[in-house]
Each structure stands twice: as C-alpha cells, then as structure tokens.
Design a protein around this ligand. Structure first.
Ligand code: GAP
Length: 512
C-alpha cells in the first residue's frame, strides 16, 4: 500500500471506529478542526495520563498547572507573538490558493528523502541478507546526490528565513520549479508574513471591549504564574511546571488531518534553571523525552532528532523529536532552550519583579527555561498511524488490527460469551461488572465469536476474555491477545491481576 493510500485508510478507520470525526460535519465541516469520538477521547485521555504521570508523578521537582486560555493581551506583546509569530505565505495566482512557502520547500525535500528510501528498498531486495544499509547509504551515488541536494536546500531556506530574506525564499521555489498542486502552474506571488494568532473580544459594549487572543501556546500561562507556583509549592530551582491544554493557531495549510490543526492541545513543561546551565539541561531533557517515546514501543527507528538551524525568537538552542508519519518524518515534539527571554520580557512589560531568590547562592536572578512541548494530537496521530495494520492470516483471510500500546488502548478488555445461551452470558456479564471497576471494559454477545474478535482487533482492544462451556466446569476462561491472536487459558480469579500487569504504568515506564 502506498503511503498516501495508507494515510487515507487511517483517516477513514478513525471515523468508522469512533476515533475522529470532522468538526460540524453536517455543515460540510470546518477545515483543520476535528472532534474526538467515543474511542478517540479515551485514547487522548490515556496519552495525557501517561505524559502527566511521567512528568508530575515521577518527578518530585515538577508540579502541574491549568491556566486560562484567555490572557491579558500584553502577555502576547511581551512574549513576542504579536510581532514575530508569523508564517511566510505565498499565493499561486492561478488557483488563488495560499501556501506556507517554507512547507512547499520542505515537501520538495521530503520527496527527495522518499527517493532515498526507494533506492534503499530496491537495494535491500537486490542484495537480500547480505545488504549493508550503512555502506549503501555512504556509497550509492544517487543517494549521496539526493542527500547533498536536500542539505543545500534546507540550509539555504533556513538562512533566508532567519534573515527574513523572503525574495530568496520565492527565488528558491522558482529554482526548484515547485508547482501549485491545484493549478499545476509556477505562477507565484511574493512571499509575505502572516500572523497566526486568532483574535477575539471581551466585554459587552463597544466602549468596554478589549481585544484578546486565543493563546497560541500554553507556555505563557506557565511563565506568568511561575512565581505563584514557586512560592506556594516552596520549590527550589531547578524545578518544572507542567500543563496540558488547548492552543489555537490560524494555520494556513489545512491538511494532513490532525497533524496541523487550528485548535489543538499541547502538553508542555517549563523547567526553571540557573542561568548558564541550559546546555546541561537541554541534553538531559532531549534524552529523557526520547526515552519516554521509546517506552511505548512504536519502533526505535521511527524517531529522530532534528536540530534547528533557524531558531525561534525566544531560543538559544532547539530541536524536534521527529516521528515517521505516513507522509514522512515530521515534528512531533519540540525541546527548546528558551533562555530568560520570556521572564525578562514579562518583567519589562508588567513592571513586576519576576526574579528568583536563590538562598544557597544568596542572590536574585531571572531563571533560564528549558521547555519540552509535545502536540497531543500529533502524538495521537503517531500512535494511530503506527498501529493500523492489514494482515494476511495463515488461512489467507485478512484482518485489520489497531495494535495501540495496551497502556494507551481506549478499551482494555472485552468480555465475550462464546455463545449467547447455556448460562454463558450471565457469567460473562458478571466478569464484565467486576472488570469495569478497574478498567475501561466492554461486553459483546452479538455475532459469531470470530467476527467479534475482528471487531475488537479493529477497535484496538488488546485483550478479549472468552467465557465458554469449560468455564462452567472449571472456572477458567481464555485470554485472547490482539497482536499475536494467541489464546491462553487461565483461572477466572486471575483475570484482573493479568490485565493489571499488562496495562500497569509501572511496567511500561520502567522499560525506559
Ligand atoms: N511552546 C512552544 C511551542 O508552542 P511549537 O514547536 O510551536 O512550540 C509545540 O509547538 C508542539 O505543538 C509541536 O511540536 C507540535 O507537536 C504541536 N503543534 C504545533 N502546532 C500545531 C498544530 N497546528 N496542530 C497540531 N499540533 C501542533
């Protein structure tokens, strides 16, 4: 299956099984806005919990916060978002479609990377067992040429963006002969800057109205509260504040499903540190965050770091953890060394002291900040796209399986009576009523057992408990494992313990 058709399959599966619906669909939807259905909301909550526990519960020097979406408008002047939170846009004059100029170039580079992968696949088939990937990558003329070209393009794009040389960005698009996907022409406008914040208003009358913004990141709610939290929690630097919440951006490229949304959620953590120690903490948090991702078992090769050449207005170092989505490696999480940019500016704009008094050093300073920022919806997409598989079984039949890590699966266990008679449903309902006290569980007695297994596979339920006639005799049931389809007979009294050990936070996180 091509990457494009795999991606289409993911989108339709997400809808069919209650994970994601287009927003206000009966009115033809709203571009780049989505709703999470009955399965989706559970998966989303489980991702949040896994992140929150890893951040707040496991780190005695990190506490949580839930700050408001609406903030005083000066916040966004101080943070630099009013002046610098822009995307470079370009219009195609024939289709009248607007694009992000940098993304047009990045998509071109992604095609080169795709060509490298194709070369790799071809060579690996040709050489079979003896294929040496490393050697091939460093010796194949074609691969070297594609790599060199990609690097040159990215480096030129970064430089032009950094210098705000938008004429050169346009020139680059022309030189690469990039065409509009709609009109197919190269008839481009100049590149212009466009601010991504959504504006709104507060107040009942024209005179009392104040112009506000919907927050474009959750981080600023943490910055303006850092002293409140530090004093009331009696935290000493280094310490962190974690927050999960909605953010809004008027994104121009409304595609790639939930990868780039206009309303989305972030899971951010600001770690407050002494000035001058940012390099040490940057390295530590890069490692910690990658390990967190690896603990979920989505495949070590699906992650890579991308160090930023063009730094955001607030950072002195930054990188992305990229994930291999169906449309290539793309940013999943950002790790930013934000210096004292935000706190110093909030001091300046508010006129309030935001310095920390370090009792050990007996001095006051404005802390530096190390930030980890992950998009919840992107994490959702990473899991969904990695989990959806079409398998051909030994008997030649097909099955669709959503192998979501058990700790994150929306429904952990389905209880199924083999047949809907002979007293089996009563026992199954009894088991279900006990299990639901500890886990999100479901009960299903309709259809043949094979069809029910397939439905649970497609929903992503990792365990099915089947009650059969032997249960009546010896109080045992079978546990069927979604990923292997293996079945194991265990005693009824051990069921809860078994599921517990498979979905325990302790067991998953200790893999790190
Ligand atoms: N506070 C820093 C910050 O907001 P960012 O790199 O702009 O940094 C952090 O965003 C993360 O938020 C990204 O790595 C991505 O996962 C997610 N994100 C950003 N824009 C998004 C969008 N339009 N839709 C979905 N997720 C988005």
């Amino acid at each position: 299956m091509s990457n494009h058709s795999q991606f289409k399959k993911i989108i339709s599966h997400a809808k069919e099984y209650g994970y994601i619906f287009p927003s206000s669909e009966i009115y033809e939807g709203l571009s780049a806005v989505y709703d999470y259905g009955q399965q989706g909301v559970l998966l989303k909550n489980n991702i949040k919990e896994y992140w929150w526990k890893s951040m707040v519960q496991l780190n005695e020097n990190i506490v949580g916060l839930d700050s408001a979406i609406l903030m005083h408008p000066t916040t966004w002047k101080a943070s630099g978002h009013v002046d610098a939170f822009n995307d470079p846009l370009i219009d195609n004059k024939d289709s009248n479609k607007r694009y992000r100029a940098d993304v047009l170039v990045e998509d071109y580079v992604a095609k080169l990377e795709h060509k490298i992968e194709k070369e790799l696949n071809k060579a690996s088939k040709r050489f079979g067992e003896s294929f040496d990937k490393k050697q091939f990558l460093s010796t194949s003329h074609r691969v070297i040429e594609y790599k060199k070209k990609s690097e040159l393009i990215i480096s030129r794009l970064s430089k032009s963006l950094e210098n705000e040389d938008f004429d050169d960005v346009r020139k680059l698009i022309e030189e690469l002969e990039i065409r509009c996907p709609i009109s197919g022409t190269k008839n481009w406008s100049d590149v212009k800057q466009f601010n991504l914040m959504f504006g709104t208003k507060i107040g009942a009358s024209a005179e009392s109205t104040t112009e506000l913004y919907l927050r474009p990141e959750t981080a600023q709610g943490i910055f303006v509260n850092y002293l409140n939290v530090q004093k009331t929690s009696r935290m000493k630097i280094p310490f962190g504040i974690a927050q999960i919440g909605k953010a809004f951006r008027n994104e121009i490229i409304a595609r790639q499903f939930i990868f780039r949304m206009r309303e989305f959620e972030q899971m951010e953590m600001q770690f407050f540190i002494p000035p001058g120690t940012q390099k040490i903490w940057y390295k530590q948090w890069k490692e910690k965050r990658l390990n967190w991702h690896l603990s979920l078992g989505l495949g070590d090769d699906n992650y890579r770091f991308h160090d930023h050449e063009k730094l955001a207005h607030y950072a002195d170092a930054a990188c992305d953890i990229e994930f291999k989505f169906p449309f290539g490696f793309k940013e999943l999480e950002g790790i930013h060394s934000r210096t004292d940019f935000d706190l110093s500016n909030h001091e300046k704009f508010s006129g309030k002291k935001l310095k920390y008094f370090d009792t050990e050093k007996n001095e006051s300073y404005t802390p530096f900040v190390l930030e980890t920022s992950i998009g919840l919806d992107r994490m959702f997409l990473a899991i969904l796209s990695n989990s959806l598989k079409e398998e051909t079984l030994n008997d030649g039949s097909q099955r669709t399986v959503l192998s979501i890590p058990a700790i994150l699966a929306p429904i952990k266990v389905a209880v199924l009576p083999l047949v809907n008679k002979d007293g089996l449903p009563e026992i199954a309902i009894n088991i279900f009523n006990k299990l639901k006290l500890d886990f999100n569980s479901s009960y299903d007695h309709k259809d043949a057992i094979g069809r029910r297994y397939r439905r649970q596979d497609a929903l992503g339920t990792p365990f099915c408990i089947t009650v059969d006639h032997q249960t009546l005799v010896d109080q045992t049931i079978t546990v069927r494992y979604r990923d292997t389809m293996n079945q194991e007979r265990i005693s009824l009294k051990d069921v809860s313990k078994k599921i517990q050990s498979e979905v325990s936070f302790k067991n998953w996180i200790k893999k790190v």
